[in-house]
Write a new protein. Structure first.
Ligand code: GLN
Ligand code: ZN
Length: 760
C-alpha cells in the first residue's frame, strides 16, 4: 500500500517485565550463577524482547540495544578501550574484565559513571588516552545474527556514533578530538563493512550529542566521519539518529551523506517541523519521525500525533517516513499490564514501552485508513478524556493558589546582610559551626521496622515508638560528639521523594514502574498525575520530637520542589514550571508549619537542581529562573530569624553560583569531594556572601577520614572564605553508612573543627 508508513523502535528497556535482567546480573555477580547459565538466561531475555516488539508490529526492530550493563561501555569494550589500570593484554574482553570496568575490582577502581544527557540513566565514561582502537568483537553483528537465527528477525543494529562516543569520553583534550577520531574511523568502517557484508539493510547510528550544539569545527568532524563512512561502506543504509532536543541547524544535518535522519518531534519545542517546512525535505532521504514520547509514561493524544504524521508525510512522502518513539524506550518502564492497584481511569492513561509501541502501530494503521484502527483511536480518545476530567487534575483551590503567587512577596523581608545579624544574635553559634546533612544510617533494623509497619505486623503506635527511639539515640550521639546543629536522622523515610509523594495530594505509585538508573540499579519514580497540594504536616512530628530532646538547634528537613519534580514522572499537560510551583506552595505550607511548631532552622534539600538543566545553553537561564523561584516560594515567608538551609549534591556548580545565590538560603552545604579546591575558588570569585558548608569529607566510602585530612580541607577553604561564613559538615547524608564509621568520622570532624577554631 502506498499509504503505509514503516514503524520502528530505537531501543527497548533491558530490565525485563519483572526485572529479571537485574536479578540475573546480580546472581552472576554474587557467584550464585555460573557464566554459562548467565549467558543463556540473558539470551532468553533478549529473545523475549525481540519477540515482544515483533508481536507489536514493529518493522525495524533494534538489535545491539541489549547489553549486560551499559551500551557506552559496550562500545568502549568492543573497541578494546580499557584503562591501563586494568590487567588487559589486548585480546578479547572477558566478562569479568567488562564488569570490572563498570564496578571496579580488587586491583582497580571502576570507571567514572555519569548522566546520559538530561536523563536519569548513567553511562560508563570511556577513558581513551593513547590507545589504538581495535575491533575486539563485532557486537552489533552478533546481535543481528542472534535476532535472525533465533526469531527470524531482520534486525536494525544500533550503535553509538563516533562523534557522540568521543564527546562522552575522557582522556584527551578537546583540541585532539579530530586526531582521536582519525584513529577510530577505520574500526567504525570495519564494523560497518562487516554488517554490510552480512546483508544488513539499516543501521541506526545514534548521535544525540549533536543536539547539544556543535561548533564549526565539530561540524567539520561530523562531515569527515560520515563522508568516510559513505565512501567506504556504500551498500549500507544509515539512519543518523538524534534525540532529546531539536537538531540544529537542520541544513547541516541534511548535508551529511546518510540515507535517513532520525529527529525528535516531542522534545524539540516544534523546531524540527519548522525547519523541515522551511527547508523542504530531500526526495531521497528517509525521515525517522520520533512522534511518541520516549521519556514519559503517558498515553499520547493520538489525534494530534496522526495530524503530525499527515503533515510529515506530505513533506517527505509516506514511502520515506518511519514512525518511531522520540528516543530509546530505555527511559520508561516495560508494561502497564501488571498495574492492578490503580484506578481504571488512571491505569488507562498510562503508556510504558509496550503500550508506546502499540500506539506507533496504531497510528500507522490509522494513517493507512484501517477501520479497526479508527475504533482503537476512539477508545484511546475516551481514555484520555476520562483521565483529563478527573477532578483532582483540575482543582480550583490549587489553581487559585498558583495564580495568587503573583501577589506573594518573592523575597525574604530582609536582605541576607541584615537578617544574618538577627540570626547570629538568636542562634549564638560558635565560629565554624558543625552539622550533618540530615540522614543517619538506614540500618537493616530500620528498614525491617518499616516493612513490619507497612505489612500491618506493627501498628502505627509501635512504629512511631520505634522511630522515636531512633531519633533519641541519634540526638544523644550528636550531643555526645559535640556537634553544634543537630538533625533528627530521617529514619522514617525510605527515600527523599517517595516519602513526600506519599503525603502530598496528586501522587500515585506504580507497582512495576521501574527504569534502569545505572548497571543493575533500577528506580521506581513516583508519579505526579494530578494537582499537587498539601494535605497535612509531613515532617513536623519527628522534628518537634527531636527538638524536644535537646537545647541545641535541630534542623527541620525537607526535600525541595525542584528535586521532587526532577525525580518524579510528571504529568504532561502542565509545564514543569507550573508543577514546580504547585509543589513549592505545598512545601511553603510545611515550612510554615515547622516554624510555628518551633522548628526555626529548616533545611530544604535541592540535590537534583542541576539534573533538570536543559541541554541547550540558551534554554538554561529560563529553567534556572523558575527553579530558583520555586525554592524561594517554598522558603521566603519565614521570620527573619528563621534560618533556611539548603543542600546540593554533585560538584559541577561553578557555572550556576549566581542561581545558587539567588535561592537566598542562609546556609548552603555542597558535596565537594571531587573538586574541592576549584569550587571554593568559584564561590570566592563570585563573592558569595552567605553561609556555606563545603563538605569536608566524602561519605561515599566507609573509610574514616583522619583529623589532619579534614583540617587540610578546612584550611584550604578558609584561605578564600571568611571564617564567619564557613560551616563544617560531611558532604552528603549518612544513610548509606554504618553507625561505627559514622561516629568515628564525625568525632574526627568535630576535632578538626576545634583545631580550626583555635587557629582562626
Ligand atoms: N537530607 C538528605 C540526606 O541527608 C540529603 C540527601 C541528598 O543530598 N541526596 O539524606
Ligand atoms: Zn547530598
Amino acid at each position: 500500500m502506498a499509504n503505509q508508513v514503516k514503524v520502528s523502535n530505537l531501543g527497548y528497556p533491558r530490565i525485563g517485565k519483572n526485572r529479571e535482567w537485574k536479578k540475573t546480573l546480580e546472581s552472576y555477580w554474587s557467584g550464585k550463577m555460573d557464566q554459562e547459565t548467565f549467558r543463556s538466561e540473558m539470551a532468553d531475555i533478549q529473545l523475549q524482547h525481540l519477540q515482544t516488539q515483533q508481536a507489536a508490529g514493529i518493522e525495524l526492530i533494534p538489535v545491539n540495544d541489549f547489553t549486560f550493563y551499559d551500551h557506552v561501555l559496550d562500545t568502549a569494550a568492543m573497541f578494546g578501550i580499557v584503562p591501563p589500570r586494568f590487567d588487559y593484554d589486548g585480546g578479547e574482553i572477558s566478562l569479568d574484565l567488562y564488569f570490572a570496568m563498570a564496578r571496579g575490582n580488587a586491583g582497580a577502581t571502576a570507571c567514572e559513571m555519569t548522566k546520559w544527557f538530561n536523563t536519569n540513566y548513567h553511562y560508563i565514561v570511556p577513558e581513551i588516552g593513547r590507545q589504538t582502537p581495535r575491533l575486539t568483537e563485532n557486537k552489533p553483528l552478533a546481535a543481528y545474527r542472534f535476532a535472525k537465527e533465533r526469531a527470524g528477525i531482520e534486525g536494525k543494529p544500533v550503535i553509538v556514533g563516533l562523534y557522540t562516543f568521543l564527546k562522552l569520553s575522557k582522556g584527551f583534550a578537546a583540541s585532539e578530538t579530530a586526531e582521536v577520531a582519525g584513529r577510530f574511523l577505520p574500526v567504525y568502517v570495519q564494523l560497518l563493512q562487516e554488517l554490510a557484508a552480512e546483508g544488513v539493510a539499516w543501521v541506526q547510528i545514534d548521535e544525540p550529542a549533536i543536539v547539544t550544539g556543535a561548533s564549526e569545527e565539530e561540524w567539520k568532524l561530523l562531515d569527515t566521519i560520515y563522508q568516510t563512512i559513505a565512501s567506504e561502506v556504500p551498500g549500507l543504509n544509515i539512519l543518523l539518529q538524534t534525540y532529546f532536543e531539536a537538531a540544529e541547524p537542520l541544513e547541516a544535518l541534511l548535508s551529511l551523506p546518510v540515507q535517513g535522519l532520525g529527529l525528535d518531534f516531542v522534545h524539540d519545542g516544534g523546531t524540527n517541523l519548522e525547519s523541515i517546512e522551511r527547508l523542504g525535505w530531500p526526495a531521497d532521504k528517509w525521515l525517522g519521525a520520533g512522534i511518541i514520547d520516549g521519556r514519559n509514561i503517558w498515553r499520547s493524544d493520538l489525534d494530534t500525533k496522526l495530524e503530525l504524521v499527515r503533515k510529515l508525510a506530505a513533506l517527505t512522502g509516506a514511502d520515506h517516513l518511519i514512525l518511531q518513539p522520540s528516543s530509546s524506550l530505555l527511559h520508561v518502564p516495560v508494561s502497564v499490564a501488571g498495574e492492578n492497584k490503580l484506578k481504571k481511569t488512571v491505569k488507562n492513561a498510562l503508556a510504558f514501552a509496550d503500550e508506546k509501541l502499540a500506539e506507533l502501530s496504531l497510528i500507522s494503521a490509522a494513517f493507512a485508513g484501517s477501520e479497526e484502527a479508527a475504533a482503537a483511536l476512539q477508545a484511546s480518545r475516551e481514555a484520555l478524556e476520562a483521565f483529563r476530567a478527573l477532578p483532582e487534575r483540575g482543582r480550583q483551590d490549587v489553581a487559585e493558589q498558583v495564580r495568587g503567587l503573583a501577589q506573594l512577596p518573592d523575597h525574604r523581608s530582609l536582605p541576607f546582610a541584615e537578617r544574618v545579624k538577627l540570626q547570629q544574635e538568636k542562634w549564638q553559634l560558635p565560629l565554624l559551626p558543625t552539622t550533618t546533612i540530615g540522614s543517619f544510617p538506614q540500618t537493616v533494623e530500620v528498614r525491617q521496622a518499616r516493612l513490619k509497619w507497612r505489612k500491618g505486623v506493627w501498628n502505627q503506635e509501635r512504629y512511631d515508638q520505634f522511630i522515636r527511639e531512633q531519633i533519641e539515640s541519634a540526638i544523644t550521639l550528636q550531643e555526645k560528639l559535640g556537634l553544634d546543629v543537630l538533625v533528627h536522622g530521617e529514619f522514617e523515610r525510605t527515600d527523599m521523594v517517595e516519602f513526600f509523594g506519599e503525603k502530598l495530594a496528586g501522587y500515585l505509585f506504580t507497582q512495576g514502574g521501574w527504569v534502569q538508573s545505572y548497571g543493575s540499579r533500577c528506580v521506581k519514580p513516583p508519579v505526579i498525575y494530578a494537582d499537587v497540594a498539601f494535605i497535612e504536616p509531613m515532617t513536623v512530628k519527628e522534628s518537634v520530637y527531636a527538638q524536644s530532646l535537646t537545647k541545641l538547634p535541630v534542623k527541620g528537613m525537607l526535600t525541595g520542589p525542584v528535586t521532587i519534580l526532577n525525580w518524579s514522572f510528571v504529568r504532561d499537560d502542565l509545564s514543569r514550571e507550573e508543577v514546580a510551583n504547585q509543589i513549592a506552595l505545598a512545601l511553603r505550607h510545611e515550612v510554615l508549619a515547622l516554624e510555628s511548631a518551633g522548628v526555626e532552622m529548616i533545611q530544604v534539600d535541592e540535590p537534583a537542581i542541576r539534573e533538570g538543566l536543559p541541554l541547550k545553553a540558551e534554554d538554561r537561564e529560563h529553567y534556572l529562573n523558575w527553579a530558583v523561584k520555586s525554592f524561594r516560594i517554598a522558603t521566603n515567608h519565614v521570620k527573619d530569624t528563621t534560618q533556611v538551609h539548603t543542600h546540593m549534591c554533585y560538584s559541577e556548580f561553578n557555572d550556576m553560583i549566581d542561581s545558587i545565590s539567588a535561592m537566598d538560603a542562609d546556609v548552603i552545604s555542597i558535596e565537594t569531594s571531587r573538586s574541592h579546591g576549584e569550587l571554593i575558588v568559584s564561590f570566592e570569585e563570585q563573592e558569595y556572601d552567605k553561609g556555606i558548608g563545603l563538605g569536608v569529607y566524602d561519605i561515599h566510602s566507609p573509610r574514616v577520614p583522619a583529623v589532619e585530612e579534614m583540617t587540610a580541607n578546612i584550611d584550604r577553604a578558609l584561605r578564600v572564605l571568611d571564617p564567619e561564613q564557613f560551616w563544617i559538615n560531611p558532604d552528603c547524608g549518612l544513610k548509606t553508612r554504618g553507625w561505627q564509621e559514622t561516629e568515628d568520622a564525625l568525632r574526627n570532624m568535630v576535632e578538626a573543627a576545634a583545631i580550626a577554631r583555635g587557629k582562626s
